[in-house]
Design a protein around this ligand. Structure first.
Ligand code: SF4
Length: 418
């Protein structure tokens, strides 16, 4: 692989020391330019080469290599760029926080993606509450025409085919199509749907280069990522804090600074959000937050959501409430969502409530197997992953619940709430 470094250009500032995405002290254009400088005037091929060198992967959850996505869309031009800030995951706040604090980095990233792919049009598809902030930022600048569209507040509205459907005036639901959206998406054109954090990282790579970007993190997970960490004991709907974290940092270090409770007082952490994986604690406390570091636990960072669970709380009860939400939020277009997820959620709720014996666990296992790999999108698979990890990590508790008792309450009869 070539390892060409970017040459300094006029208007370029030194790379920020410390936080990268959150380096500017306010969201205005003058401060943004004062902090990061302008984007160097280099060719699309040079920009793409830097993205390749950077090792940047998508920050929306799937973790797909950004350079490969850009190349595919470019090869199928004419192209359209869509900044995806729908953030349908209810436990995630990082995209909204990024747009609140650094909207111009995201808008720069849209321009860089458009320059690489040759797109003449772009959309910003965002949670309704950040739409005014982004419109305000757009009013401060000229350049590429970017149309801002409010995304419906649903779990699946940010799925790529749902985004394309919504931008065409249809429902924001996942769609089956013979064509992939990078071949034929918005208006029949090749469409790059890229998470807003990925675009902000792209804006930094365009300025400081791929080598700089990869100087933080690990070989397989380069750079920093935004993490939404929920303080222990608070409702998931309470506004959590968003942190910029360097890939490879041990889980212990992140939880120690953000969870509001010493890591030793936690029994597990849900990593990756509602479609994520429970990690057992303290066993996983030294796991590096990277692709390779989480692989032994069958986990990935997803969109960077972390939900720590105190020893005094019941992981089965929390999982049951998340599974119930996921069943209600499905688009109910495919069999596994229409019938499978409600049945799975119901079976898991019965297990968590201590209302069933051994047959309850069998029912959960059977309904989990029935939804996997059968949807048009990955919604059923994500739900199955969550359930399987809960059965694994809270295995002792499952046994007690089968006898109407709960480990979190040290063998007390079941019946409380979180
Ligand atoms: S799997 Fe579920 S969420 Fe996905 S398209 Fe089918 S019904 Fe919709």
């Amino acid at each position: 692989m070539t390892t060409t470094a970017m040459t300094p250009a006029q208007g370029l500032r030194m790379p920020p020391q410390g936080p990268r995405l959150f380096a500017a002290r306010d969201p205005f254009l003058a401060t943004h330019l004062d902090t990061y400088g302008t984007i160097p005037d280099v060719t699309p091929a040079q920009l793409l080469e830097q993205v390749r060198i950077s090792g940047l992967t998508g920050r929306g959850g799937a973790g797909f290599p950004t350079a490969a996505k850009l190349e595919t869309v470019t090869a199928n031009a004419p192209a359209v760029v869509v900044a995806n800030g729908a953030e349908g995951e209810p436990a995630s706040r990082k995209d909204a926080e990024l747009l609140r604090r650094a909207p111009h980095l995201v808008l720069d990233g849209i321009e860089v993606a458009a320059r690489i792919t040759g797109a003449g049009e772009a959309f910003a598809y965002l949670r309704p509450e950040v739409v005014p902030l982004v419109r305000q930022a757009l009013a401060e600048r000229s350049g590429l025409r970017i149309t801002v569209v409010a995304a419906p507040d649903t779990f699946v509205s940010g799925q790529e085919t749902a985004v394309v459907s919504a931008l065409a005036g249809g429902p924001a639901l996942p769609r089956f199509s013979r064509h992939r959206i990078f071949q034929r998406g918005v208006g029949g054109r090749a469409t790059l749907v890229q998470n807003v954090e990925t675009l902000a990282q792209l804006a930094l790579i365009a300025r400081y280069g791929g080598v700089w970007f990869a100087s933080a993190g690990t070989p397989d997970s380069t750079g920093t990522f935004l993490a939404t960490v929920h303080p222990v004991g608070q409702a998931l709907t309470t506004a959590p804090a968003v942190w910029e974290v360097t890939h490879g940092l041990p889980l212990r270090q992140v939880l120690a600074g953000t969870a509001g409770r010493p890591p030793e007082e936690l029994q597990a952490v849900l990593v990756g959000g509602y479609h994520g994986t429970w990690l057992p604690l303290p066993a996983a406390l030294d796991a590096p937050l990277s692709r390779a570091g989480l692989e032994p636990y069958g986990a990935g960072l997803g969109a960077g959501v972390m939900i720590p669970l105190a020893k005094s709380a019941c992981g089965l009860e929390l999982t049951a409430s998340i599974a119930g939400y996921l069943a209600r939020e499905s688009a109910k277009q495919c069999g596994p969502c229409q019938f499978g997820l409600p049945e799975l959620a119901q079976n898991f709720a019965a297990l968590a409530a201590g209302q069933v014996g051994r047959s309850g666990l069998d029912a959960v296992r059977r309904s989990t197997g029935l939804v996997e790999g059968r949807g048009v999108c990955r919604h059923p698979d994500g739900t199955a992953r969550l359930i399987r990890s809960a059965l694994r990590v809270f295995g002792d508790d499952v046994l007690l619940h089968q006898h109407g008792r709960c480990l979190a309450r040290i063998g007390e009869p079941y019946g409380g709430v979180l």
